[in-house]
Design a binder for this molecule. Structure first.
Ligand SMILES: *[C@@H]1O[C@H](CO)[C@@H](O)[C@H](O)[C@H]1NC(C)=O
Ligand SMILES: *[C@@H]1O[C@H](CO)[C@@H](O)[C@H](O)[C@H]1NC(C)=O
Ligand SMILES: *[C@@H]1O[C@H](CO)[C@@H](O)[C@H](O)[C@H]1NC(C)=O
Ligand SMILES: *[C@@H]1O[C@H](CO)[C@@H](O)[C@H](O)[C@H]1NC(C)=O
Length: 466
């Protein structure tokens, strides 16, 4: 009898524990299991919860066909940066999860509290991951979760999220990046775990904008979310789109404005006389300065192998324009300096350049005033030559001879002057050709600058105003 009693005693804890297990696993009508506390305080609650901890390895549902609904949202606490080379977006998130643990529920008055924080290790937690996650989470780890009296579990943790993002830097520094964060269970199918949005995307955006401390050069535009209805044998996903815009001020001040200054100076250097070498050496100096500027500012530019940012095209264009204008100056200088002892301007160049183009660029042909003056002076001297001779009959021979030699001298001078004038004429024509072409290329230069800069600016404005 005693032995029977002892075996009964021996088996009692086992029976008790299986009973507890049975009660826990039994599908209750309210689908949660009541936890009974002896006293309304935390130690008693903890003691009463202990059996639940042994079940931490299984999904907390009574009936396996029940799927665990995980509600989630995040607050974007900081945009730490964007790595264009590695195509990464680095953000700091506060993640929030809620789900139901059907193994537990208690009466808040009986146990003295409606929630208790307990180590996360004691519970089953959903294996939700962000698919784009590319690096270790270096945010501080938080070991606790909140357990509520109705069995809901609230998990909250900070994450330094290094997520891959398809960055498009074509319109840098006026670019808007649209990055994706996909939340989903890594292992469980949709019939086991489903992810739902716990807060409207508009509220997430608004709250994130309010609490955001560090944005660097990025400004949060919008957070939107998309939820596709996954079939039970598929993976359930909740997709967030984070849209951020770069603040371009730094790049405008450091890169674009200096470039525009240099191009303006290059433009105005066309006002320097092309005849002397000053203009080409001035332009040479400009190109040198611009090259040094680009070398220094190279660190600010994004490096991506994918597409060439428009700003690089802009810089190349500026440099190309400077080089082209230097080339033009060299050619014009050659035309002007080498013209003095060359042959007269060919007929067709006279027609095309001096008549047609000169009118186009509003540089009318130089008037012949100087020549007219010169020939009139010569004619006058010719006329003056004769009358004294008429009256010379009465004069003595000496005076006559004097006058004759004077006349010969004048004739020689006249010949010389005429020869010089002819030479001057051809050299002046060449100078005129040079000046007309210089003016024409200057107009082309202005047109090209205006059109290309206008195009680039329109593209930037369009992308920034999206
Ligand atoms: C929990 O499991 C441990 C062994 O893993 C066991 O010793 C303990 O009795 C169990 N507790 C309950 C309440 O079932
Ligand atoms: C689980 O739930 C399904 C559907 O809700 C039901 O058909 C099935 O009988 C339940 N299983 C148990 C063991 O209660
Ligand atoms: C971001 O991209 C997704 C998918 O391509 C699109 O649905 C969403 O509207 C985009 N968001 C913004 C702000 O452009
Ligand atoms: C969003 O916030 C407003 C007020 O801040 C609130 O009334 C509304 O319920 C919130 N919506 C969601 C889905 O949380």
């Amino acid at each position: 009898m005693a032995s029977k009693n002892s075996t009964l005693k021996w088996h009692l804890p086992l029976v008790k524990s299986t009973l507890v297990m049975f009660i826990i696993l039994m599908p209750a009508p309210c689908s949660t299991t009541k936890v009974e506390c002896n006293e309304p305080n935390q130690p008693a609650l903890l003691e009463a919860l202990t059996p639940v901890f042994n079940l931490s390895t299984i999904r907390p549902v009574m009936n396996l066909t029940t799927c665990t609904k995980v509600n989630t949202f995040f607050t974007l606490y900081g945009i730490l940066g964007v790595d264009e080379k590695a195509q990464l977006l680095i953000t700091y998130l506060w993640l929030e999860y809620w789900w139901m643990n059907e193994f537990v529920s208690w009466d808040p008055t009986q146990c003295g509290t409606n929630r208790i924080s307990l180590p996360r290790d004691e519970f089953w937690v959903p294996d939700i991951v962000i698919n784009q996650f590319m690096d270790e989470n270096t945010a501080p780890s938080v070991p606790y979760v909140y357990l509520y009296n109705d069995g809901s579990v609230h998990d909250s943790l900070p994450v330094r999220c290094v997520s891959s993002c398809n960055l498009n830097t074509y319109t840098f520094p006026f670019d808007i990046q649209n990055c994706t964060l996909t939340f989903g269970s890594y292992l469980h199918l949709a019939k086991d775990i489903r992810v739902f949005l716990g807060k409207s995307a508009a509220n997430i955006t608004e709250y994130s904008k309010n609490v955001m401390t560090t944005m660097g050069e990025w400004e949060l535009l919008d957070i939107t979310s998309v939820k596709h209805n996954a079939s039970p044998n598929d993976f359930d996903e909740l997709i967030f789109y984070i849209s951020v815009r770069r603040r371009p001020t730094m790049y405008v001040v450091n890169l674009l404005i200096p470039s525009c200054f240099l191009i303006t100076i290059d433009l105005f250097s066309f006002l320097l006389p092309p005849q002397n070498v000053d203009r080409s050496s001035f332009k040479m100096t400009l190109i040198l300065g611009y090259t040094v500027f680009l070398l220094i500012m190279n660190d600010l530019l994004p490096i991506t192998g994918d597409t060439i940012p428009l700003i690089n095209v802009f810089f190349s264009l500026c440099l190309a324009l400077m080089v082209a204008s230097l080339l033009e100056t060299i050619i014009i200088t050659k035309l002007l300096c080498g013209s003095s002892n060359s042959s007269p301007v060919p007929r067709w160049i006279q027609v095309v350049v001096l008549q047609i183009l000169a009118h186009l660029v509003c540089m009318p042909r130089r008037d012949k005033d100087a020549d007219v003056e010169l020939s009139s002076v010569v004619a006058k001297s010719k006329a003056d030559e004769w009358p004294p001779e008429e009256r010379g009959a009465a004069m003595n021979n000496k005076a006559l001879q004097e006058l004759r030699s004077l006349g010969r001298d004048l004739q020689a001078i006249r010949l010389q002057v005429e020869q010089k004038t002819g030479e001057n004429q051809s050299s002046e024509d060449w100078v005129q050709v040079g000046l007309v072409i210089d003016r024409l290329l200057f107009i082309f230069y202005i047109l090209f600058i205006s059109v290309s800069f206008f195009t680039i600016i329109v593209i930037w404005v369009n992308s920034y105003g999206q």
